[in-house]
Design a protein around this ligand. Structure first.
Ligand code: DC
Length: 234
């Protein structure tokens, strides 16, 4: 019998959690939602509307007023890779939301309580019928505190920065390793210290340390946990 449960995967930026969450969803036939992409899309909308100044100051009132105009959806996943594109008001912004400009401002945007409230409600609606894998920072603590399977992905800042640097270089971004590592450390700090829904491991989350695991080992660990949890269900 197929059990539809909710799977929450949280962790630090560039810990590899999105890749593993997407692969897990594809393997078990679940929907995958990248909640970070939603915060990135809101940040891009703010930048495009001139609501973030060159020194990084956010026009919070302007952004709150813009929120009802922002629609975030995802394209149908590719059947082979399981990847989908993030759509901001219907436009494919997948590549733009992964660039450094959005990365630099997304933590500050995601610290705004109204932004979190709106995206949390959208995420809860997406997970309404279960059968979902969602990754982010507060999925197991705030978005789906009742999730049957919670995973917290840990990896050192150096390993994460190397991974992110390789990704950006492969995309052709002109960036130094030092800039990438500084951005990761800054985002960790903002994510951990923000008042609303800070990055925290849920008490009932299983920790996966991703410093040395291969993709195959990650998948074995995740599917093993999934089967262990669902096999105990009626
Ligand atoms: O996973 P990511 O690096 O794409 O996330 C981008 C930013 O969005 C990250 O700096 C923190 C924020 N975020 C959040 O606050 N809550 C989430 N559930 C997901 C992401």
């Amino acid at each position: 019998m197929k059990h539809n449960i909710t799977i929450a995967i949280d962790g630090y930026s560039s810990s590899g959690k999105s890749t593993m969450a997407r692969e897990l969803a594809k393997k078990i036939g679940y929907v995958y939602i990248d909640s970070g992409a939603m915060y990135r899309a809101v940040t891009l909308a703010a930048l495009r509307n001139g609501l973030i100044s060159a020194d990084g100051k956010i026009d919070t009132h302007g952004l709150i007023a813009l929120l009802p105009e922002i629609s975030i959806t995802f394209s149908t996943p590719d059947p082979v890779s399981g990847s989908s594109h993030t759509l901001l008001n219907g436009e494919n912004v997948e590549s733009e939301i992964r660039g450094m400009e959005v990365s630099e401002h997304v933590s500050a945007v995601s610290a705004i309580p109204e932004v979190r409230r709106r995206l949390t409600a959208m995420q809860q609606a997406l997970g309404d019928s279960k059968g979902i894998v969602m990754d982010g920072r507060d999925i197991g603590t705030t978005v789906f505190p009742e999730a049957e399977m919670k995973v917290f992905v840990d990896a050192s800042p150096e390993v994460r920065a190397k991974r992110r640097y390789a990704e950006l270089k492969a995309k052709g971004d002109d960036i130094s390793y030092a800039e990438v590592e500084a951005n990761i450390r800054k985002r960790d700090e903002t994510d951990i210290n923000r008042k609303e829904s800070p990055l925290r491991k849920a008490p009932d989350a299983h920790i996966l340390n991703n410093d040395t695991l291969s993709r195959t080992e990650q998948m074995e660990w995740l599917t093993g946990l999934f089967h262990q949890i669902t096999s105990g269900m009626q």
